[in-house]
Design a protein around this ligand. Structure first.
Ligand code: NAD
Length: 510
């Protein structure tokens, strides 16, 4: 199997080499995970929370070390590593510490009168061994959040990191080992997806949770279909921002600067399409241009840099090609547009339209593409004219308008008068519509995504016979008819007439 070279994309520093796993090793790791599941699935919710709290303790005690290691692997700034990688993981653990028991404990559900004598429950049982596959852009948060969620729900995990974030995965593995987290509950599998991708699925995990590109989502879905393995797909985005003329334009321009450039644009929820109402277009443009001129880009050693570099090895070419195609079709660069090594300059593009890839395909770079619109309907149409539907951002001081537009935008989340905030509250669901994915996680949705949600009906079982069992006879059939009318008819007379029959049925009288 090939080796994976780990390098700092900002400085080219060699961070080491790791050997990819072969088929035999993957098989034996799955066997370990399955064996561990036998005992782990029977642990209590509190015991699992206690395990996960060890990770929180370790992270808090080693914050700066983890920030530095993540920055080294990914070329991101220290503040971004802290705010966007580490904070969400701590926030997730804190949320589940407080809420997981209530979410996962068995629930008693109301039983209808027709089922008198019976009791209804929901059990949340683990799914089994789950395969979690993560991307390189936020490897810490997008790996540890699903891992922690799956573990709290009682599953064991096979985890495959992205090749470009192998060093970050080694750091996560170290955290689990050194924090004393229970062995074999989470297994790290290293290797190139082209070499080990098939094997990971051929081992038939009980569930697959992928965060990645649409292309990979389609491949995984097709392969999972062979064994009907349930999947959750958290895929790409091309998030729109709509700024109406009554919005706070200064705030909108500041948010657009951050929301488009964060993590050097390598965020599934980055603002990749900006639509400005014509009356405030020039004002917005002046403000965002002035902001972008002040953005400080570089390799961050002290915590005073705004944006870092591109992490993904193939990403620079994708960004360059999209900008070139847009220019060929009439787009104009206001600032930026070039790469120096892995540092792609913050870029503003205007005169863009929906015939260009830059407005249709994920860019995943620090490119702010801005378009003018006239009416509310046009803005909604433009925002929805996309294969993606992850998040959106709407700007107006008119709450009614904000709510009206929010209902019409097809996406998994909406931030009003802000960027990305719909994913800031961990209790809210996270996931995409259209090609941005299938499924939801975070909050209770995450624990349910990793659970077999089981319907259970209890009764004492003292009677020999239930009315709906054989034999069926003419008079019994009539009783059923009257009872149905009594239950479902809107007419009082039908309800009254059917009552004696219903009582007989409830008593299971022959
Ligand atoms: P990618 O699709 O190339 O890879 C994602 C993961 O899948 C990696 O671990 C990769 O090794 C693995 N993989 C690829 N092919 C595979 C195969 N055939 N079998 C098994 N595993 C395979 O994505 P990426 O470049 O690492 O990440 C960027 C993409 O992820 C962007 O499209 C971005 O929008 C998306 N993303 C989505 C979210 C979200 O929550 N919706 C969050 C972050 C990133």
């Amino acid at each position: 199997m090939s080796n994976i070279k780990m390098i700092n994309p900002a400085t080219n520093e060699n961070l080491g080499i790791i050997e990819g796993f072969d088929k035999k090793k993957i098989k034996s790791e799955y066997e370990k995970a399955r064996k561990k599941l036998i005992t782990f699935k029977n642990t209590t919710i509190q015991e699992r929370i206690n395990e996960v709290k060890k990770i929180k303790k370790y992270i808090v005690e080693n914050l700066e070390y983890i920030v530095d290691e993540l920055s080294k692997d990914l070329g991101k700034t220290k503040s971004e590593a802290l705010l966007m990688e580490i904070f969400p993981v701590l926030d997730c653990i804190k949320y589940y510490e407080k809420n997981a028991y209530d979410i996962l404990r068995y629930k008693k559900i109301k039983t209808p009168i027709a089922l008198i004598g019976k009791k209804s429950y929901i059990f949340y049982n683990p799914v089994g061994v789950v395969l979690i596959i993560s991307p390189w852009n936020f490897p810490f948060t997008l790996s540890l959040i699903p891992i922690i969620t799956a573990v709290i729900a009682g599953n064991t995990v096979i985890y495959k990191p992205a090749e470009d974030a192998t060093y970050s995965a080694k750091i996560m593995e170290k955290i689990l080992i050194e924090s004393g987290f229970e062995k074999d509950v989470v297994t790290f599998i290293y290797g190139k997806s082209s070499e080990i991708g098939d094997e990971l699925i051929e081992e038939k995990p009980d569930k697959i949770f992928l965060t990645g590109s649409v292309k990979t989502g389609k491949i995984i879905m097709e392969k999972a279909a062979k064994y009907l393995i349930p999947i959750d797909l958290e895929l790409g985005g091309k998030d729109p921002m709509i700024v109406f003329e009554d919005a706070n334009i200064t705030r909108a321009a500041n948010a657009a600067t951050w929301g488009s450039l964060l993590n050097c644009g390598q965020a599934c929820v980055a603002l990749e399409r900006i639509y400005i109402q014509e009356k405030v277009y020039d004002d917005f443009l002046n403000r965002i241009l002035s902001n972008v001129k002040k953005v400080n880009q570089g390799w961050d050693t002290k915590g005073d840099v705004d944006i870092g570099c591109i992490t993904g090895s193939n990403q620079i070419k994708i960004i360059e090609d999209q900008i070139k195609e847009a220019q060929d079709k009439g787009a104009k660069i206001l600032i930026g547009g070039k790469a120096k090594g892995m540092f792609f300059e913050p870029t503003i593009l205007v005169n863009v339209d929906h015939s260009m890839e830059i407005m249709r395909e994920e860019t995943f770079g620090p490119v702010i593409s801005i378009m003018k619109f006239k009416t509310e309907d046009e803005a909604i149409h433009l925002a929805n004219d996309s294969n993606y539907g992850l998040n959106a951002s709407i700007w107006t001081k008119d709450k009614e308008k904000a709510m009206r537009v929010s209902k019409k935008i097809i996406s998994g989340g909406i931030a009003i008068n802000n960027a990305l905030t719909s994913s800031a509250n961990f209790a809210l669901p996270f996931g995409g519509t259209k090609q941005s994915g299938i499924g939801r996680y975070h909050g209770p949705y995450g624990l349910w995504a990793f659970s077999n949600i089981k319907a259970v009906m209890y009764e004492k079982g003292l009677k020999d016979q239930d009315i709906q069992w054989y034999p069926f006879r003419k008079d019994k059939y009539k009783r059923f008819l009257s009872t149905f009318k009594s239950i479902f008819s809107e007419r009082l007379i039908d309800k009254i007439k059917g009552l004696p029959y219903m009582i007989k049925i409830i008593r299971s009288e022959k």
